[in-house]
Design a binder for this molecule. Structure first.
Ligand SMILES: Nc1ncnc2c1ncn2[C@@H]1O[C@H](COP(=O)(O)OP(=O)(O)OP(=O)(O)O)[C@@H](O)[C@H]1O
Length: 455
């Protein structure tokens, strides 16, 4: 399986960013994006901020013992903006005058000999690969032998007389016996590849990580882990995957920084047969809600209409929501995987940091820094002859392969455009997945990672 993370190039450290970007609450009836050109800031590091009125958010934690009764969630300013018909008809003036600038990396800031773990992240897109061990079924099949092995950053595939070597930013090998030297546990994968994204998110960058690979290669295992539905288990046990670890890390950092009020809001949806389903919302009968629509905002880009967002304050809240979401995800047994995801899932976190500036002796002044984190578990590509799919499974497989093909086409077009320095057509709208991730591709130039799984 491959795991891709979109990540930032070492952005310059701006300790005082929040202090330097102050907007009066008077102007905050609609969200306003401001670009500040304070002399204290490097002009390469202007930050687009979303200023929100300071308010207490309702925490809706699902009651996991009974039916999930989703209370209306406090709408975020962005959601309010989207749902306000008067506003959404045209782009308000305040957006027209905003100049969107990209923070640039400061290569010079990297001092030789003082390497941190972030310095390996010199590219905008980092790609890691994880090789899973053979499962018990595969081990009992004499026809199946292991042909893939890792060596440093290289993956070596040996087939018959030929040997192929592929190089990645990270290569993780997981063995059946976790005590095997070099075994890449969930903790190792998270620490080496994903932790820098947490830092990027706190610096105000949007980040995106997506896992891709063949069906049954371990994408869901790496992103979500197993057994996390058991509330009360240790948060960082071996089997807990990237998504709960990411949230846990954010919550710990937020709790430890008393100067800044941090809110963490999550949403979780799947794209199944090109239709979007909110995984954290259900009807009173327990059945899934009607599919949601995608619309495109002139400034913020594509978004899912009426997607529920929920505040989480602690790990227990998160586990409860993940239990709701995962139980609603479309999975089915196929010839390649007993619990195969039949949809792409996108887990989003909105991280808002609010810093009250008392220096100006005015309590109504707040500065907000807001970043969006997308953690995407793509459905696995599958050879229909091997999954023995028929009926619904066949239709799902065709839809999965088609949207993955479009994803490949979009990435190829973007690469070609970048290499040729042109603005050619990119087929974002050929699938819901690529349309929704449009903003993330653009942001790949600043923030991104990819994770690839192989079995
Ligand atoms: N690193 C690993 N160590 C041990 N077991 C693993 C590992 N990765 C995956 N597995 C096991 O392999 C099986 C398939 O994994 P998983 O369901 O995550 O695959 P997937 O890539 O998400 O498949 P699909 O695309 O069909 O949803 C599961 O039983 C999982 O527990």
């Amino acid at each position: 399986m491959e795991l891709s993370c979109l990540k930032s190039i070492n952005p310059a450290k701006e300790e005082n960013l929040v202090n330097n970007n102050i907007v009066s609450n008077e102007k905050l009836k609609t969200p306003v994006r401001t670009k500040h050109t304070s002399g204290l800031l490097s002009d390469k590091t202007s930050v687009v901020q979303f200023c929100t009125p300071k308010h207490l958010k309702t925490i809706n934690t699902p009651n996991t013992s009974t039916k999930f009764n989703i209370l209306p969630t406090t709408r975020t300013p962005i959601k309010r903006y989207f749902s306000d018909q008067a506003l959404s008809q045209s782009t308000p003036d305040c957006f027209n005058i905003v100049h969107m600038e990209t923070p640039c990396c400061k290569i010079d800031d990297i001092v030789a000999g003082e390497q941190t773990m972030y310095e390996g992240e010199s590219s905008n897109l980092t790609v890691g690969i994880r090789i899973r061990p053979l499962n018990s079924k595969e081990m009992n099949d004499s026809k199946i032998t292991s042909v893939v092995r890792g060596n440093g950053q290289n993956v070596i595939v040996e087939c018959e007389s030929a040997q192929h070597t592929f190089t990645y930013d990270h290569c993780f090998v997981s063995y059946h016996d976790p005590h095997t030297p070099g075994h890449a546990s969930q903790e190792v994968v998270f620490h080496n590849m994903v932790l820098p994204l947490v830092q990027n998110a706190f610096e105000g960058y949007n980040v995106c990580l997506f896992a891709y690979g063949q069906t049954g290669s371990g994408k869901s295992y790496s992103l979500m882990g197993t057994e996390l539905t058991q509330i009360g288990t240790m948060p960082f046990e071996e089997k807990v995957g990237i998504i709960p670890r990411f949230c846990q890390e954010i919550l710990i950092r937020a709790r430890n920084n008393l100067q800044i009020e941090t809110t963490v809001e999550i949403s979780y949806f799947e794209i199944y047969n090109e239709k979007i389903h909110d995984l954290l919302a259900s009807t009173s009968s327990g059945s899934k809600k009607a599919p949601l629509k995608v619309r495109e905002h002139p400034v913020f880009g594509p978004y899912v209409v009426d997607l529920s967002q929920h505040c989480v304050q602690n790990y227990k809240d998160l586990q409860a929501w993940l239990k709701v979401g995962n139980s609603q995800r479309a999975t089915a047994a196929t010839g390649m995987n007993e619990k195969s995801s039949r949809s792409h899932s996108i887990f989003s976190i909105i991280l808002t940091q609010t810093h009250s500036d008392n220096q100006l002796d005015c309590k109504s002044l707040d500065a907000n820094r807001r970043s969006k984190i997308n953690l995407v578990d793509l459905a696995g590509s599958e050879r229909l002859s091997q999954t023995s799919a028929t009926g619904d499974r066949l239709r799902e497989g065709v839809s999965i392969n088609k949207s993955l093909l479009t994803l490949g086409k979009v990435i190829a077009s973007l690469t070609e455009n970048t290499n040729n320095r042109k603005q050619g057509f990119v087929p974002y709208r050929e699938s819901v997945l690529t349309w929704l991730l449009k903003g993330d591709y653009i942001n790949v130039h600043h923030t991104g990672k990819a994770f690839h799984a192989v079995s």
